[in-house]
Design a protein around this ligand. Structure first.
Ligand SMILES: Nc1nc2c(c(=O)[nH]1)N=C([C@H](O)[C@H](O)COP(=O)(O)OP(=O)(O)OP(=O)(O)O)CN2
Length: 136
């Protein structure tokens, strides 16, 4: 019997959307206020969904405490209160859009979780803008 276990987390981070291969004008046109050179912040809300078989002895798919620790130590430590463009290795060469942040988080968690689990990450950048990976 497969069940999905979900854990929510949040972090605050600053970013700037920018493509170094484009002119300043094109960056302003495509990314608008998100291209502001002084950066801006978001309160990101994250949902991590882990799907797997329920262990008949524990009744757990995965212990929520363990899942929480994995998210804390590997995602929040890395991203919370950071300037994503300047302080987080992955985004020195990758535009920190919601899509790219979501995929980076998924890759980090995928490495930490047993391959027997399916993983989905949902990232809210604002109350109304959110992305999920893998896509449904
Ligand atoms: N496909 C994407 N589009 C946009 C992204 C993104 O990461 N992927 N990011 C942004 C901005 O960084 C930000 O998310 C939008 O800010 P804002 O316009 O202020 O969004 P709000 O939801 O707060 O405002 P509305 O009132 O809903 O317009 C833009 N696009």
């Amino acid at each position: 019997m497969k069940v999905t276990v979900s854990r929510k987390a949040h972090f605050n981070a600053a970013h700037r959307l920018h493509n170094p291969d484009w002119s300043e004008e094109k960056n302003k046109f495509i990314f608008g206020k998100c291209n502001n050179e002084y950066f801006h912040g978001h309160n990101y809300n994250l949902t991590v969904k882990v799907t797997g078989e329920v262990n008949p002895e524990t009744g757990y798919v995965i212990d929520m405490k363990i899942l929480n620790k994995i998210i804390d130590e590997n995602v929040l430590e890395k991203l919370d209160h950071k300037n994503l463009n300047l302080e987080v290795e992955e985004f020195k060469t990758l535009n920190p859009t919601a899509e790219n942040i979501c995929v980076v988080i998924w890759n980090i968690l995928r490495e930490q979780l047993d391959p027997k689990f399916d993983l989905k990450v949902i990232l809210y950048e604002t109350e109304r803008n959110f992305v999920e990976y893998p896509a449904s």
